[in-house]
Design a protein around this ligand. Structure first.
Ligand code: 13P
Ligand code: SF4
Length: 350
């Protein structure tokens, strides 16, 4: 295939934007894939949704809409495209399917899991509800559909405080992220307890719990790696650095950071607040995406920290998804009905 016409134009645009991040031979290969994806996307009338953790070539050139989990959820609820290609992990693509049961939702790889989503099962949630009857269940969007189906309301990192406050109750079951629970509990004046898992010590159902989050020991395998020592080391070298942490980081890390927010909240912060350096405590690809869009920003990040699940989504597999209409996301109809209630309640909160 000759390297002219649309390939050359696309390559030039990509070179200008991300030439300092991606080697030239790789950009040439990627430019060809981008042109093919964008052509086929039009033919199929498909919409590509890209999470903020997608690699820069995919994020900046083929995704029609980008954002954090909440923004992508809202976009998925608004679209009238017949085919949605979800460039993100499985729980996100499942959420898009729950919101759009009649449309085709594709995910480019079947290996894009999530350590938080796989930390809890629907049976676990049923057991929590049995032990704490009447206590509302708030489930982080990073969970699978059958878990959402057992839930009163979902939340994301972008609206967790608002969701908890909307309930107006003293106690909530907040699952499955231990650290997000601790961070949101701190902001809403509560503390976190964990249910006893030793069957010999399990007590009868309890109704006397006060101002607590009943939590779960799920963790993000990426954000749990950041430590307060990391922050101290970077501050030593760059005393004027602004530290931004995702709320899936430990409460010690978020307390030591200057700002805590969802992936999009971090992007907006860098956009609006001028600082000499920024340290992003989150998945590394997002730093690349910000650098590609803002050449004037000095983004520091600890780049040994990648999400092995998000990384599964490549341009090659996105093209194959459109060519072969694979991999279709399917969720059983009864689960869709119940899980959709929990997502719709969340979306109803501004
Ligand atoms: P956001 O909703 O903040 O994008 O987070 C999703 C996620 O998986 C972070 O690890
Ligand atoms: Fe899951 Fe963490 Fe990867 Fe986000 S970064 S998809 S929470 S494992």
């Amino acid at each position: 295939m000759g390297f002219d016409g649309p390939y050359a134009d696309t390559f030039e645009r990509m070179q200008e934007m991300m030439g300092d991040l991606v080697p030239e031979f790789e950009l040439r290969e990627k430019a060809e894939l981008v042109v093919q994806i964008n052509r086929l996307k039009k033919e199929r009338k498909a919409l590509i949704l890209g999470h903020n953790y997608m690699e820069p070539a995919l994020f900046h050139t083929v995704a029609d809409v980008t954002g954090d989990s909440l923004e992508l959820c809202r976009q998925a609820a608004r679209t009238d495209a017949e085919i949605l290609v979800f460039c993100g992990v499985e729980f996100m693509a499942e959420t898009a399917k729950i919101i759009n049961p009649t449309r085709t939702v594709l995910i480019p790889s079947q290996k894009a899991g999530c350590s938080l989503a796989s930390s809890i099962t629907a049976a676990d949630v049923r057991e929590l509800k049995r032990r704490y009857p009447g206590v509302p269940v708030v489930t982080y969007i990073n969970s699978y559909a059958d878990v959402k189906a057992e839930t009163d309301i979902c939340c994301t990192s972008g609206n967790a405080v608002a969701v908890v406050e909307s309930l107006g109750t003293d106690s909530v079951i907040f699952i499955p992220d231990e650290y997000l629970a601790a961070n949101v509990a701190r902001e809403t004046g509560k503390h976190v307890i964990f249910p006893e898992t030793d069957p010999r010590k399990i007590q009868a159902p309890s109704t006397v719990i006060d101002k607590v989050f009943v939590g779960w020991h799920g963790k993000c395998e990426v954000h749990e790696k950041f430590t307060t020592e990391d922050i101290a080391r970077v501050r030593l070298q760059f005393p004027d650095v602004v530290v931004l942490a995702h709320p899936e980081c430990s409460p010690e890390v978020t307390a030591a950071a200057d700002f805590t927010g969802s992936t999009s909240a971090m992007i907006k912060y860098v956009d609006k607040v001028n600082a000499p350096h920024y340290l992003l405590l989150t998945e590394c690809a997002m730093g690349d995406n910000i650098i590609a869009a803002h050449k004037d920003r000095d983004i520091l990040r600890l780049c040994s920290v990648r999400c092995p699940h998000m990384q599964q989504i490549t341009l090659q597999d996105t093209l194959a998804a459109l060519q072969l209409l694979r991999y279709k996301v399917d969720v059983p109809a009864d689960i869709i009905v119940k899980a959709k209630r929990a997502i719709d309640r969340m979306l109803a909160i501004g």
